[in-house]
Design a protein around this ligand. Structure first.
Ligand SMILES: NC(=O)c1ccc[n+]([C@@H]2O[C@H](COP(=O)([O-])OP(=O)(O)OC[C@H]3O[C@@H](n4cnc5c(N)ncnc54)[C@H](O)[C@@H]3O)[C@@H](O)[C@H]2O)c1
Length: 347
C-alpha cells in the first residue's frame, strides 16, 4: 500500500514512516515543509529504501498538494503535519491557524477531488487518517477519563486549532462521504523528539548542568505513550478502523510532571555514574497560562475493537528514551546549538 504521510519529518511522523516501511512493508510518500521541527536526520533508517519518497511542501499550498496526489496516487493519507508546541502557540498563534486549520482543510479538499476523479479508490478502501491530540478535550479533574464522546473544550491556541481541524475532518466525512478516521492520542515521548518538549528538554538541560524547569507546582498530569506504540496504533487504525469513527490512543501511564522529571533524573543518575544527583537542577518556574491540570485517555475502544495494546510501560519507555539521547548527541547537538537552546517560551 502506498501511503501519503504529512509531517513525516517530525517526531511522531518519522516514527510512523519508519514503522510503515520497515515494519509493515508499506510505501511512503512523506510530505513535509521542514519547519524548525522537521528533521530529515530522523529518517536516516529509511531514506535509502526504494519504498520511501520525500516531497518538501507546505500543506497550505493547495496546487502543490493536488500535484502530489496526482503524481503518487496514494491509497491512504495519514495526516500528522502540524504546529505542535503549546508554548509556541501562546507566543504566536497565526502559524497554528494556518497549518493546523487551513492546511488540514486544503488536504481534505485535495483528497476529495482526488477521490472524485478516482472512484475505484473508494471500493479499494481509501482512508484519510487525521491524527489529533487528547488536548482537544480540555482538562480533567481528579477522576475520570477522556472517551471518544467527551465534548471538546480546548484551552490553548494549539488545542483550539487541533479541535477546529478535527471538526472540519469529521464534517468532510458526514457531508462529502470522505472516508475520514480521527485519532486522539495522549502525550508522546521517545527518541527523535525535538528538544523543546518536557522530556527531551529535561534530559538535555540535565546533561548541560542547566536548570530543569517545572511549570507551576509540578502537579499537572499527563498520560504518557511511547511513540512507537502510537505508530503501531496508527498502522492498525489505518488497516482496521472504520470511516467516520474516532479512536482514542493512550497507554494508561498517568504521571505528574514533577514525577516525570524525577524519574528522568533517576535514569541519568544510573546511566551517568560520574554525575550524581541530577535532581539538584530542578527549578519551579511560572506556570503556563491556561495550563490544563490533567489528561487521561480511555483507550478501550482501540483495545477491544482493533486489538491494540501499548507494549511499553512508562518505566521501560523512559529508560530507552534517556539512553537514546545519551547515545545520539549527533542528532540533537545541531538542534541545541542552532535551532533551540532551551529558553522559556510562551509566557
Ligand atoms: N507530540 C505529541 O505528544 C502528540 C500527541 C498527540 C497528537 N499529536 C499530533 O501528532 C502530529 C505530529 O506531532 P509531532 O509531535 O510529531 O509534531 P512535530 O512538531 O514534531 O512535527 C511536525 C511536523 O510537521 C511539519 N510541518 C509543520 N507545518 C507544516 C506545513 N505547513 N506543511 C507541511 N509540513 C509541516 C514539520 O516540519 C514537522 O516535520 C500533530 O498533528 C500533533 O498535533 C502529537
Amino acid at each position: 500500500m502506498r501511503v501519503m504521510i504529512t509531517g513525516g519529518a517530525g517526531f511522531i511522523g518519522s516514527a510512523v514512516c519508519r514503522h510503515f516501511i520497515l515494519g509493515l512493508g508499506h510505501e511512503v510518500v512523506n510530505v513535509d515543509k521542514l519547519t524548525y521541527a522537521g528533521n530529515l536526520a530522523s529518517l536516516a533508517p529509511v531514506t535509502s529504501s526504494p519504498h520511501y519518497a520525500f516531497e518538501k511542501l507546505d500543506i497550505c499550498d493547495a496546487d502543490g498538494i493536488r500535484a502530489v496526489f496526482s503524481k503518487y496516487q496514494p491509497a491512504a493519507v495519514v495526516h500528522l503535519a502540524a504546529e505542535s508546541h503549546v508554548d509556541r502557540s501562546i507566543s504566536g498563534s497565526n502559524v497554528f491557524v494556518q497549518t493546523n486549520v487551513v492546511g488540514t482543510f486544503n488536504l481534505l479538499e485535495a483528497a476529495r477531488e482526488y477521490l472524485d476523479a478516482n472512484q475505484h479508490l473508494r471500493e479499494e478502501g481509501f482512508r484519510f487518517l487525521h491524527v489529533s491530540t487528547d488536548e482537544v478535550y480540555g482538562s480533567l479533574g481528579e477522576s475520570g477519563l477522556f472517551s471518544e464522546t467527551t465534548p471538546y473544550d480546548p484551552s490553548s491556541p494549539y488545542s483550539a486549532t487541533k479541535a477546529a481541524s478535527d471538526h472540519i475532518a469529521k464534517a468532510w466525512h458526514r457531508t462529502y462521504g470522505l472516508p475520514v478516521i480521527v485519532s486522539n492520542c495522549s502525550n508522546n515521548y521517545g527518541p527523535y523528539q525535538f528538544p523543546e518538549k518536557l522530556i527531551p528538554l529535561t534530559v538535555l538541560n540535565a546533561l548541560h548542568g542547566q536548570p530543569l524547569p517545572v511549570y507551576g507546582n509540578g502537579s499537572n498530569i499527563r498520560d504518557w505513550l511511547f511513540v512507537d506504540d502510537h505508530a503501531r496504533a496508527l498502522g492498525m487504525i489505518l488497516e482496521k478502523g472504520l470511516p467516520g469513527e474516532t479512536y482514542n490512543v493512550g497507554g494508561r501511564n498517568e504521571r505528574r510532571n514533577i514525577d516525570v522529571v524525577n524519574q528522568i533524573c533517576a535514569c541519568l543518575n544510573e546511566l551517568r555514574a560520574s554525575e550524581l544527583c541530577h535532581e539538584r537542577f530542578i527549578t519551579y518556574v511560572t506556570d503556563r497560562p491556561g495550563h490544563d491540570q490533567r489528561y487521561a485517555i480511555d483507550a478501550s475502544k482501540l483495545e477491544t475493537d482493533l486489538g491494540w495494546r501499548a507494549q511499553e510501560t512508562f518505566e521501560t519507555g523512559i529508560k530507552k528514551t534517556v539512553r537514546w539521547y545519551l547515545e545520539h548527541t549527533d542528532w540533537w547537538k545541531p538542534l541545541r546549538n542552532n535551532v533551540y537552546r532551551g529558553e522559556r517560551l510562551g509566557l
